[in-house]
Design a protein around this ligand. Structure first.
Ligand code: ZN
Length: 295
């Protein structure tokens, strides 16, 4: 069922708008796999996964996006990270057990923080308050305030069937006849609004697009596969370790025998002993050299 994890992009050439459709099953299952989240958290994580795929596909360069929600509710932190190759990972941290459902009940009063990290160039961050009822509406609000591009997002998640997905419609204004372009955009949103979760979970993109937009000219691009993949590595751990003062590093090793780091997303543990870290223990020495073994 490779068709289930796919992102489709398309253009409405005559209407100054673009669209995306994402349908996910396996990557969602794999993200849930390592963790034992309650139903409400599984649903929110599924929506956040679909949303991050849609957002990742809007960036025009190689790099990655992290969308995180944090607040004073029972879920203190939930985040999905993905890159231009649609390799996704996600995590939720609970402060307490909860059977709550929905964005507000789970996150409480809080913020959505979107961090975009191009492979070349500076990272940048946008923050909006989570003051709308749904994640999709909060994202539309984010586009409105930080990007100033009219964007509408629809998210669907069935945590029991372990399927998630969503759609995005975005205006591509060209500076002429703004009123007409806004009307066209509203029209596309009305058409997209009719999408049902069972259609998203069962139909292929061509069939679904035909159902939604059969009176419009739609140009569909090659689909992109979406997969679960964690980007943690020995190298990234060592880059973090390089930031620690040698004296502090020595005291950690003296106390614990080794230095171990566990990836929040995939729960992989990386452990380094004194020998592994010898290059980082000498004050003033260039820490870039030295062979490293993963345990
Ligand atoms: Zn990892």
């Amino acid at each position: 069922m490779s068709r289930s994890d796919v992102l489709n992009r398309y253009l409405f050439d005559d209407l100054h708008a673009r669209g995306e459709l994402v349908q996910l099953k396996q990557s969602y299952q794999e993200i849930l796999g390592e963790h034992d989240y309650p139903a409400g958290v599984r649903t929110l994580l599924g929506e956040l996964l679909a949303a991050t795929c849609l957002l990742t596909a809007t960036i025009k360069f190689e790099g990655e996006i992290t969308v995180q929600l944090q607040g004073d509710g029972p879920v203190g932190y939930i985040a999905v990270n993905g890159n231009h190759n649609q390799q996704m990972r996600g995590i939720a941290r609970l402060k307490e057990a909860t059977d709550a459902q929905g964005l507000k009940a789970l996150i409480g009063k809080g913020n959505m923080i979107i961090t975009i990290r191009p492979n070349q160039g500076e990272a940048y961050q946008g923050v909006v308050a989570l003051d709308r009822d749904t994640l999709a509406d909060c994202l539309a609000h984010y586009f409105e305030v930080s990007e100033q591009i009219p964007t509408q997002i629809w998210l669907f998640c069935d945590e029991q069937a372990q399927q998630t997905g969503g759609a995005l419609v975005q205006l591509m204004p060209d500076g002429e006849d703004k009123e007409k372009q806004q009307q066209d955009f509203d029209h596309l949103c009305q058409l997209t609004q009719t999408i049902k979760s069972e259609e998203l979970f069962t139909l292929d993109a061509e069939t679904l697009l035909y159902r939604l937009y059969h009176q419009e000219e739609v140009r569909l691009f090659e689909p992109q596969n979406v997969s679960y993949q964690c980007s943690c590595s020995t190298e990234k751990c060592l880059a973090a370790i390089a930031q620690i003062e040698p004296t502090e590093l020595k005291s950690i090793l003296a106390e614990q025998g080794n230095l171990s780091m566990t990836c929040d997303y995939c729960m992989t543990t990386y452990a380094f002993n004194e020998q592994d870290l010898s290059a980082y223990l000498d004050e003033g020495k260039d820490a870039a050299g030295g062979a490293v073994t993963k345990h």
